[in-house]
Structure formats: C-alpha cells, structure tokens
Design a protein around this ligand. Sequence first.
Ligand SMILES: NC(=O)c1ccc[n+]([C@@H]2O[C@H](COP(=O)([O-])OP(=O)(O)OC[C@H]3O[C@@H](n4cnc5c(N)ncnc54)[C@H](OP(=O)(O)O)[C@@H]3O)[C@@H](O)[C@H]2O)c1
Length: 252
Amino acid sequence: MWNLDGKTALVTGGTKGIGRATVKELLSLGAKVIFTSRSQKDIDDFESELQEHSYICNGIVSDVSIEDDQDRLTDFVFERSGSLDILVNNAGINIRKDATHYEPEEYRKILEINLIAPFELTRKFYALLKRSGKASVINIASVAGSQDVKSGAPYAMSKSGLLQQTRSLASEWAEHNIRVNSVSPWYTRTPLTTEVLDNESRIAKIIERTPLNRVAEPEEMASAIAFLAMDKASYITGQNIIVDGGLSANAL
Ligand SMILES: NC(=O)c1ccc[n+]([C@@H]2O[C@H](COP(=O)([O-])OP(=O)(O)OC[C@H]3O[C@@H](n4cnc5c(N)ncnc54)[C@H](OP(=O)(O)O)[C@@H]3O)[C@@H](O)[C@H]2O)c1
C-alpha cells in the first residue's frame, strides 16, 4: 500500500510550486494524474516534461473560481476515469497588505480562490469521490490558518476556514469512506513566496524562528500529501499535518 497504483488523482494548480511537486510525486507512486493551470502553455510544457518519463497525465485549463470551468473539470475527470480517488485542492493566492489597505475585491478574491473554490470543487466531485470507494481529499492550508504569520488577514482567514472545511467534510463524508485532511505548509520555496524569501531581513527572521533552520522545498510538502493520499493513511481523516520544520513546537 506504499504506492498509488491504479488511482486517479486531480491536483489544482499543478504546474507550479507545491502543486507541480505533488503531480510528480503522485505520478512516481503510480497514480494517473490530472492537473489544472490557467495557462495552456504551462500545461503543454509540463506535459512534455512528464511524458519523457512515460507518465500518464492530462492537464486541463481551468480557473478554480469560475463555475463553468469547475463543471468542465468535473466532466473531464468523469470522461477519463469515471471516479476520483484523490483530490488535492492546492490552487491558492495571496495579496499581502495591512488590513485597512485592502479593497473589498482583493480580499474577496483571496477568499474566493482559497476557500470557496475548494468547497465548490469538492462538492462537485462528491459523486465521483463516493464512487471511488476509498477516496482522499487533501486541502492545502497553511501555518497562517492557525497562527498569525504576517501573511495578511484575508489569507489567514481563508486558510483557517479551509481547516474547518476539512474537519466538517471529513465528519460528514466518512460514511462513504471519503477521507478529508489538510496539509499546512510553512514557508516553502515557490513563486508564491519569492517576494518574501528575497527580502533579507524577512527570511532571516523566518529562519531564526524555524528549528530546522531553513525554509522548505515543495517536494517536502508533496511527500506529506502523497502519504495522506495512500491507503496506508486509511484511518486518518479530519486531520491537519503541519509541515513546518518545527516552528509550531518552538516558543522561543
Ligand atoms: N509556498 C508557501 O510557502 C506556502 C505556505 C503555506 C501554504 N501554501 C499554499 O500552498 C498552495 C500552493 O502554493 P505555492 O506556494 O505552490 O504557490 P504558487 O507557486 O504561486 O502556485 C499557485 C498555484 O495556484 C494556481 N492558481 C492560482 N489561482 C488560481 C485560480 N484562480 N484557478 C486555478 N489555479 C489557480 C496557479 O496556477 P496557474 O498560475 O498555473 O493558473 C499555481 O499553479 C497554495 O494554496 C498556498 O496558499 C504555500
């Protein structure tokens, strides 16, 4: 059971950062993987890289916050697989500002993409997840959902909501053997965090607070995600795995 042979997975935001590493990890463990991006070019480039390894994968252009795209995505997965074993709600954004500086459309967009879209997508995939017989939904939350890490309040609110969404759906859907968990990354080297990690005083402070003395690589999030996707994690649901280099265990 330390593999994903025969399983079909969907990863939103699969061409960059943590999503990209997750697509590769799930493929290497034997899953058939469908991934999304808003850019056809990014999909084509990533698909050709993956096909060199003879992996079975399909990219599809989709914006997780657009209802028509969500429906096309559901149809796409249904046509290719008939059911869905693994759903990784990874797509996410941030706009970092002081609370009083946000325009309503900015914080609404953060909540729309990071919180509402995973709820809508997961609901739309309910029938296909149920048909799997042993499905795993993995929401990519954040340390920012549990502690203030100066990410901006709307991002923290969205991730905190996603943590409760995880617990609520885990409880509601357990009777169909649909497990729902989350992974909460600490700072990970991806395009999302380039601005923060390029700021010398900010990165020094982050590393000083992190017992493992470094930020994470996307592959280190992908391993936790892959574990939750496996049947080896069959009794784990409603949980949040904090992958933070020891940050949350460290008071001083
Ligand atoms: N990196 C970190 O330190 C960190 C820490 C905690 C949590 N996280 C969470 O981890 C997840 C992945 O982040 P990352 O660091 O890998 O970010 P990233 O490198 O910026 O990648 C974000 C991904 O989300 C996709 N995306 C954004 N808006 C979308 C939309 N409206 N519809 C569809 N896809 C959309 C992007 O796809 P396209 O641009 O290709 O369309 C991209 O693949 C996010 O949920 C983030 O909040 C990251």
